[in-house]
Design a protein around this ligand. Structure first.
Ligand code: DGT
Ligand code: CA
Ligand code: CA
Ligand code: ZN
Length: 602
């Protein structure tokens, strides 16, 4: 186990800004460090009891609401009063909080080759198995590991089989991809910091982030920063002093690339105001979109590049556009495509027919139909979640805690669910029509295709999202038929996170999405776009396919805390990439209208 993808970890993604020093170490951050220490000790073959002690301590640290950092600072002796934390772990906590690192961990990190550490990061491999591979086959790099899998040498080791080779190969792919691209939401935090910082440079006249970030792509490879200035030297000097810059990769007259502390590359280009629009258009991309644009320009006898649009007349080039992005597109007879649509999918056809969709915006959203409370694995109480949703200007929410099968998350059995629903009735009475709380449930679709709760219970819900949490490794036929079954079920309203993927962490399960969307359309059901930055499920392409079939998308935060409600905008961004308008998105409508769509009040 390197780092299981737990809900807490997913929430943490958003609070762990890469490269930023965190003033107070969060519990999950502390647990991550101790887990890493345990991993490396296990890799070295340390005493199993010691490792187990670390593991149970990290579990305890993740599960307590007491701030370990605070206790370690103020009353270090009290640390051992927390269940699961012994003397030696307590000492580690104090050291970590005081020094910001652990001496023992630093030493181990120096001893074990970097490439071996990369092996430890492969999902499903784990320290023990990695150690066996390292010691018995002498494998030290991911490349060697891949070769050994392909040559079927891994299965010669005790405890490994053909299946493990397949798993490792898949894991290598994931680990490699994970190292290269970051979640859009994490890129966004870095962008905000850079924006704030660059605003302090007087030589900067205008500034914009282009590239995949501006297009809202689910993951971002590097950041592309465009600055208008007359003094590129000053801008680049200032940029180089950004506190999180780890090293400068390259620097020229007007171009500079740096690497930030967490490995993220930022490309800076300084341009004149005359060519800002052209540069913004060019560096926003995508490359494929630009290829089409260039060929359209050529037909008009125009040339387009990052400096402007030029007309070729008698061997000379006349500038016809460049200052604004609108000029650049308009001179070619095109509308200004929203950046999210610039992927060379359908945008040019839409423009030709004058049918460019007016994309949904965050302010169109009226309700949030998937969230959890302290009744299961959420951090906010029913009242806190409702209060926070009202403060965010929503009109309605559905409370959708987990169903009983998720027993480790305290999933609700019929009795507890009905209790929660009567609390919701009372809450609605108090709210007196100002806001609507819907009685919902996130009901598991069991391995055999049955729903996790009896029909007579589901029949009383206002809103049921059905999801696959177990048996994700079943065949394409099995999983598809489970989801088709749920869609045919009279009391199911929508399918939650329909492919189960976790970006950079876990692939989507095998499912026939065409058949699923077809069935959703036939039964008048909705499909979720889960807004969590690590999910974004359905993705942009699936959303576009749903739209084609007239299947409404419901964008939901799946919030497990009050802060989780703010993830809505990440979902909206992907919906925009899928070309969805407000009317394509169910939760831009009133609850009464949504009810109509899912077949009226039952
Ligand atoms: P990323 O960074 O991998 O997430 O994706 P992008 O799209 O940000 O790609 P990047 O950073 O390599 O380049 C930024 C933009 O610059 C890209 O979207 C389009 C433009 N661009 C870069 N190289 C070329 C090229 O060779 N031809 C054309 N037409 N455009 C390019
Ligand atoms: Ca980029
Ligand atoms: Ca770039
Ligand atoms: Zn959920």
């Amino acid at each position: 186990m390197i780092r299981r993808v737990t809900r807490r970890w997913l929430e943490e993604v958003l609070t762990s800004v890469p490269g930023k020093r965190i003033a107070v170490l969060s519990n999950s951050r502390i647990a991550d460090v101790l887990d890493q220490l345990a991993d490396l000790l296990e890799f070295q073959g340390a005493n199993a009891f010691r490792i187990r002690a670390y593991r149970s301590a990290t579990r305890a640290i993740r599960n307590t609401s007491t701030s370990i950092a605070q206790v370690a600072q103020q009353h270090p002796k009290n640390l051992t009063h927390i269940d699961g934390i012994g003397k030696s772990v307590a000492e580690k906590c104090v050291e970590l909080v005081q020094r910001g690192s652990l001496d023992q961990l630093d030493q181990l990190l120096r001893q074990i080759p970097k490439s071996v550490l990369a092996m430890l990061r492969i999902p499903g491999l784990g320290p023990k198995k990695a150690a066996a591979i390292y010691q018995q086959l002498g494998i030290t790099t991911l490349e060697q590991l891949r070769e050994a899998c392909e040559a079927e040498r891994i299965r010669t080791l005790k405890g490994f089989g053909p299946k493990s080779e397949q798993m490792i190969l898949k894991g290598i792919g994931l680990a490699e991809r994970a190292g290269k691209r970051i979640y859009w939401a994490v890129a966004d935090q870095q962008v905000q910091q850079l924006r704030d910082y660059m605003a302090g440079c007087h030589a900067v006249q205008q500034l914009e982030f282009a590239g995949s970030y501006r297009r809202g792509k689910e993951t971002v490879g590097d950041l592309d920063l465009l600055v208008v200035s007359e003094d590129s030297t000053r801008v680049m000097d200032y940029f180089g002093r950004f506190p999180d810059v780890a090293d400068t990769i390259a620097r020229g007259e007007t171009k500079m690339s740096v690497r930030l502390g967490d490995g993220l590359q930022v490309d800076l280009r300084v341009v004149t105001s005359r060519s800002f629009g052209a540069a913004l258009q060019y560096f926003t991309g995508s490359k494929e979109h630009n290829v089409i644009l260039r060929s359209l320009a050529k037909k008009e006898n125009l040339k387009i590049n990052e400096y402007g649009v030029f007309r070729l007349e008698d061997q000379t080039e006349q500038v016809v556009a460049g200052q604004t992005e609108a000029d650049v597109y308009n001179v070619l007879g095109l509308p200004v495509f929203p950046p999210e649509l610039r992927e060379a999918r359908q945008e040019f056809q839409w423009a030709a027919r004058n049918e460019l969709p007016e994309l949904v915006t965050a302010s169109d959203i009226r309700g949030d139909l998937h969230m959890h409370t302290t009744a299961t694995d959420g951090n906010g109480t029913l009242e806190e979640m409702v209060d926070a949703a009202r403060k965010r200007g929503l009109d309605f929410v559905a409370i959708t805690d987990h169903s009983q099968r998720l027993s480790m998350l305290d999933g609700l059995d019929p009795k507890r669910l009905l209790d929660q629903w009567s609390q919701i009735d009372q809450l609605n009475d108090q709210l007196d029509g100002d806001f609507l709380v819907l009685k919902g449930i996130e009901c598991d679709i069991l391995e055999n295709g049955d729903m996790d709760l009896p029909d007579e219970v589901l029949a009383q819900a206002d809103w049921v999202v059905a999801s696959v949490h177990f048996g994700q490794r079943q065949s394409r036929e099995q999983i598809t038929s489970r989801i088709l079954g749920a869609l045919a079920h009279p009391f199911v309203s929508a399918i939650a996170h329909p492919t189960g993927r976790l970006i950079n962490r876990r692939d989507a399960y095998e499912v026939d999405m065409e058949a699923v969307l077809q069935a959703a359309s036939e039964h008048g059901k909705l499909m979720e776009l889960n807004a969590h930055p690590a999910r974004l499920d359905l993705n942009d392409v699936h959303c576009a396919a749903a739209k084609e079939l007239g299947v409404p998308i419901v964008i939901s935060t799946d919030a497990h805390s009050v802060a989780g409600l703010d993830m809505m905008r990440y979902g909206v961004l992907q919906a925009r990439r899928g070309g969805l308008t407000a009317s394509d998105v169910a939760n831009t409508h009133t609850w009464a209208e949504i009810q109509q769509a899912i077949g009226g009040k039952r």
